[in-house]
Design a protein. Structure first.
Length: 654
């Protein structure tokens, strides 16, 4: 980013205050929020220490709160000891052992229900099995599983014995899995014969075998879950069926209490260059952030059925499937497959049948389902929903409104959350009993989070609707501790930009007149058009506001006069026109954006396509789109694409 401020050209004036009935029952009201904010501003360490003592069960209480001695490698509650699995399971057994912990539905239609007592027993049996394999505290275990209860059981079992888990999304290729196994130095891989996704069987065991055979010398054993029944090769002396491993194990396993700074898990994120980054999270601080934000942001109540649609291979699935809701004693929903199987009503059918009350999903999923029309959700009774959430990227205002009005019936608050793998937990979000929401804005930082927007020199950006770098000024408990095996990369990536003064998120943002934060996209995605710096998200939002458009992705390509030209990929509602009709619609869309945002934002190129290149988790591969727009050869790994056949169309060849 140059010294010129980033310009925000998106204007959104709609505002929705909390419903009076919701306010009356809310976990956090305006008075409570004001008290929390004042406490955090007065004494940040005392604020977090009080919450840590109140929310977590400690085997050995901590006396030291925040250690800044090696900043920015901060340490929280370092002399305390606890166990994450104990805090998610054992603490609930005396009061609600028979409460449902997990409601599971597989893509083929199979279902399971696990109470907290049953989940505790399954976790203990596997934990004992892992110990029988020689796995102990500090050992790394890679988990490569479909989205089934056993994935959570494996994570919790590792936590129970102090092993460090690293979950690899089941959509990743053998090559990607190999890189992560090698970097962690894992002794054990837990996988399955396969998983169901999009009406197909994903062959996980075969990919795991290929990965391990390619230079993963540290792997001593592999545990395999029977999920699909597909035949797989089992290597004698190394491979063990899950069912055989746990068959004779007791359903009790004493937890290994570890220091609060003991690594709970490693989770790999893609780097813009070089190998993936193994983000390392602690046990105590991370668990506190995950539990608190689950309760605060989703206004969690005892009778809620909470469904976060994320896979546990991503941080959202860690924090809001495996750890946060279970620590809070919630009932969670897990679904294995794609939202389009057997049709685009699968999410809404599950919400209806399982009585989901709180629903948390990604804008990419919302836009894809919005594209299918209003009549599909209208076939399902969604009246039990009381709160909706979005996660993963900024949501454009029109998708936000569709989500609120069509899925939430206009009665459900929408919490648009900003956070990252590195933050561990939600950082900026509405609190549904307090915050008036605006379509497309993540609104305000949570108590104890000191977010700001600064310019190139690190000075605060105070002008309304002028953008800059999104930063966090003070440490928080759930923050990443380092990059596994490469602390210098951690310092260079997140702290060097402003000489260690604050955490730099890598996102651009601006604030409006109410102080609300608006995420404008990644700093790397900012466009420099004729001297104006524009966020790609705002151009995408303008395109999706057109009644014919369901989804859009905007990238830049070099332009000899303007510096960068705006290149937009557009997915339509309904059929894609061809020939003269396509050309006419393209010109209409260019004029529409110019009318919405100004002539400077008019796209130079618009390519109509049936879909966008997405991973099986729903993430748009924007770097691939940039390569195509610039006419470059594709060098990225495309094995994780949900829809690889779309590449020819994106190139303009189909």
């Amino acid at each position: 980013m140059s010294r010129d401020n980033l310009d925000s050209i998106l204007r959104e004036d709609r505002k929705f205050p909390p419903d009076a009935g919701f306010i009356g029952k809310a976990r956090i009201n305006r008075v409570a929020l004001s008290a929390m904010q004042a406490h955090a501003e007065r004494n940040l360490e005392e604020f977090w220490a009080g919450l840590a003592r109140e929310e977590l069960s400690w085997h050995r209480p901590f006396s030291e709160v925040l250690d800044r001695g090696q900043a920015p490698n901060f340490r929280w509650f370092a002399d305390g000891e606890l166990n994450a699995s104990w805090n998610c399971l054992d603490v609930h057994l005396a009061t609600h052992a028979e409460r449902t912990a997990i409601l599971f539905e597989g893509e083929p239609g199979d279902s399971r229900r696990l109470t907290y007592r049953e989940l505790h027993g399954e976790v203990c049996r596997l934990a004992n099995g892992l110990k029988a394999l020689g796995i102990g505290s500090g050992d790394r275990v890679v988990i490569y599983m479909p989205m089934v209860p056993e994935a959570v059981i494996a994570m919790q079992a590792c936590a129970r014995i102090g092993a460090v888990h690293s979950v690899v999304f089941g959509g990743f290729s053998a090559h990607s899995l190999r890189d992560r196994i090698q970097d962690t130095g894992a002794r054990l891989v837990i996988t399955a014969d396969g998983g169901h996704r999009g009406g197909k069987v994903i062959e996980l065991k075969a990919a795991a075998d290929k990965a391990v055979a390619d230079g993963c010398d540290t792997v001593e054993a592999m545990v395999v879950l029977r999920r699909t029944g597909a035949p797989v090769a089992m290597q004698p002396g190394r491979d063990t069926w899950w069912s055989d491993l746990v068959a004779d194990q007791p359903d009790q396993c004493p937890p290994v209490f570890v220091g609060a700074e003991h690594p709970l898990f490693l989770l790999y994120t893609s780097g813009s260059t070089g190998k993936p980054k193994g983000i390392q999270h602690s046990t105590g601080g991370y668990l506190l952030g995950a539990k608190l934000t689950t309760k605060w942001v989703f206004d969690l109540r005892e009778d809620d059925v909470f469904w976060c649609t994320a896979d546990v291979g991503w941080i959202t699935g860690h924090s809001y499937v495996c750890y946060g809701p279970l620590a809070a004693g919630a009932t969670i929903v897990m679904y294995e497959g794609a939202p389009s199987v057997p049709d685009g009503g699968r999410f809404w059918s599950i919400c209806e049948r399982l009585g989901v009350t709180v629903f948390y999903t990604a804008p990419t999923a919302i836009r894809a389902l919005m594209k299918l029309g209003d009549d599909i959700p209208a076939r399902h009774d969604l009246s039990r929903l009381r709160l909706l959430g979005t996660v993963g990227e900024p949501i454009n205002p029109e998708a936000w409104m569709w989500y609120r009005d069509v899925i939430g019936g206009g009665r459900c608050p929408v919490v648009d959350t900003w956070w990252q793998t590195e933050t561990g937990a939600i950082m900026i979000s509405p609190l549904p009993g307090v915050t008036s929401t605006k379509p497309g804005s993540c609104t305000l930082p949570l108590p104890g989070v000191f977010a700001d927007i600064v310019d190139e020199s690190g000075e605060p950006v105070t002008d309304e609707n002028k953008g800059g770098y999104l930063v966090i000024r003070e440490p928080w408990p759930s923050m990443a501790r380092t990059i596994w095996g490469d602390n210098q990369r951690y310092l260079d990536t997140y702290w060097a930009r402003f000489d260690g003064r604050f955490y730099t998120a890598g996102d651009s943002a601006h604030r409006d007149r109410d102080g609300y934060f608006w995420i404008m996209g990644r700093i790397d995605d900012v466009l420099n058009v004729a001297g104006h710096r524009l966020g790609t998200m705002e151009v995408e939002s303008a395109l999706v506001a057109h009644p014919r458009v369901a989804e859009a992705a905007v990238v830049g390509r070099p332009h000899e006069i303007k510096g960068e030209a705006i290149f937009a990929y557009v997915v339509l509602r309904g059929d894609r026109p061809m020939g003269a009709a396509a050309a006419a619609l393209t010109e209409e869309l260019r004029a529409w954006v110019a009318e919405e945002l100004g002539a400077i934002a008019r796209p130079d190129d618009i390519r109509l396509t049936d879909n966008l290149p997405k991973t099986r988790s729903g993430k748009i591969m924007r770097r691939l789109l940039r390569s195509i727009a610039r006419g470059e050869e594709i060098s990225q790994d495309t094995s994780t694409l949900e829809n690889p056949s779309i590449l020819d169309q994106l190139r303009g060849e189909g």
